[in-house]
Design a protein around this ligand. Structure first.
Ligand SMILES: NC(=O)c1ccc[n+]([C@@H]2O[C@H](COP(=O)([O-])OP(=O)(O)OC[C@H]3O[C@@H](n4cnc5c(N)ncnc54)[C@H](O)[C@@H]3O)[C@@H](O)[C@H]2O)c1
Length: 311
């Protein structure tokens, strides 16, 4: 049976989801919604689907089963709660919400109501990272090094999406948990001395260096930056005794410095398709754990001290 869907938030990521819903045989892009009325009517025309100026109208349409939340993170909580109350299937872009204290009660509600929920941790489906995961499966690893730097980032967008750690860091904290098959026990962030004054004035960071110690003794080092001359750069290197693996080998050279929506475009499709095909909760725990790490990274950056973590 076809799953009728609605995409909320129609910028780069929302548009990718619209295309993917059309590409997946089991789903149909039935509605699009955005606060910007010009944008929502332009996109509904482009994809030949419906739109409305009233979200409640879409919500009450019983034929719409799946909602993809791709609006800024500071709007997620509102939509997630509305959708839970109408028992809808939810694909939520990372992170789930802004306020960590509200995370556990929300997860409990999702579980109790048996809502099919997916957190968009799409990097787990990116080819270079799948390749690395396969290579390290039977090896003992000691160190994970991750770099993520982007060019021309918009500070207001970073703030709407929860800041450096929740917006950018979350994907890479999750990758490190996945690669290490473990959970962090302590974390240290150095961000204040590295960040641009305009970010600091707005309670955000533009740059950070983060170190995590995992339960199984693996160490992960992260370097995040909102500046990069050449474009978007992300790289994972994993070291073990007499062995190392580097994601550079597996990224397409032609799109190496392109934005994530180009260089790992297919991962968004695969993440959504996996959710549709498995038809059950995907990455709810992983998304929640990654968000707890983001919060600890932020606390550590603010107080400039190591933080202990317990899961
Ligand atoms: N998975 C990934 O790789 C990835 C990459 C980038 C962003 N994201 C996530 O996607 C989400 C959107 O991020 P973005 O940077 O595209 O955001 P954005 O600030 O560009 O906004 C996205 C769209 O949402 C619309 N919008 C704003 N408020 C709205 C509201 N209350 N209701 C409906 N629409 C609203 C805007 O008009 C805009 O078109 C965030 O949660 C972000 O963390 C994920």
């Amino acid at each position: 049976m076809t799953i009728n869907a609605c995409v909320i938030g129609l910028s780069t990521i929302g548009l990718l989801h619209c295309e993917n819903l059309i590409r997946i045989k089991k789903t149909k892009l039935a509605y699009v919604f955005d606060y910007n009325h010009k944008l929502r009517s332009k996109i509904s025309k482009k994809f030949k689907c419906k739109t409305s100026n009233n979200f409640e109208k879409i919500l009450k349409d019983k034929s719409i089963k799946l909602f993809i939340i791709a609006s800024p993170t500071n709007t997620h909580e509102y939509y997630v709660k509305k959708l839970i109350s109408h028992n809808k299937m939810i694909y939520c872009e990372k992170p789930i919400l802004m306020n960590i204290r509200k995370l556990k009660p929300l997860i409990k509600q999702i579980k109790t109501k048996k809502i099919k929920f997916c957190v968009g941790l799409n990097r787990r489906f990116a080819k270079p990272y799948l390749k690395i995961k396969k290579i390290i499966q039977k090896r003992k690893i000691s160190t994970i090094r991750i770099i993520s730097r982007s060019a021309n980032h918009n500070m207001k967008q970073s703030i709407r999406n929860g800041g450096l750690f929740m917006d950018k860091g979350i994907h890479f904290f999750d990758l490190a948990c996945w690669f290490s098959s473990s959970k962090p026990i302590k974390i240290l962030s150095i961000a204040k001395p590295l960040s641009a004054p305009e970010y600091l004035k707005n309670n955000d960071f533009s740059d950070a260096f983060v170190i995590i110690k995992f339960n199984n003794n693996i160490t992960a080092e992260f370097m995040y930056s909102r500046k990069n001359k050449l474009g978007h750069h992300e790289k994972v290197e994993i070291l073990g005794k007499n062995f190392s693996v580097n994601s550079d080998k597996y990224f397409n050279k032609k799109t190496y410095f392109s934005n994530f929506n180009i260089k790992i475009k297919d991962s968004y499709y695969k993440c959504l398709k996996n959710f549709i095909d498995t038809n059950k909760e995907n990455f709810l725990l992983e998304g929640s754990n990654a968000q707890i790490i983001c919060d600890a990274a932020l606390k550590s950056a603010k107080i400039e001290k190591e933080i202990k973590l317990k899961f």
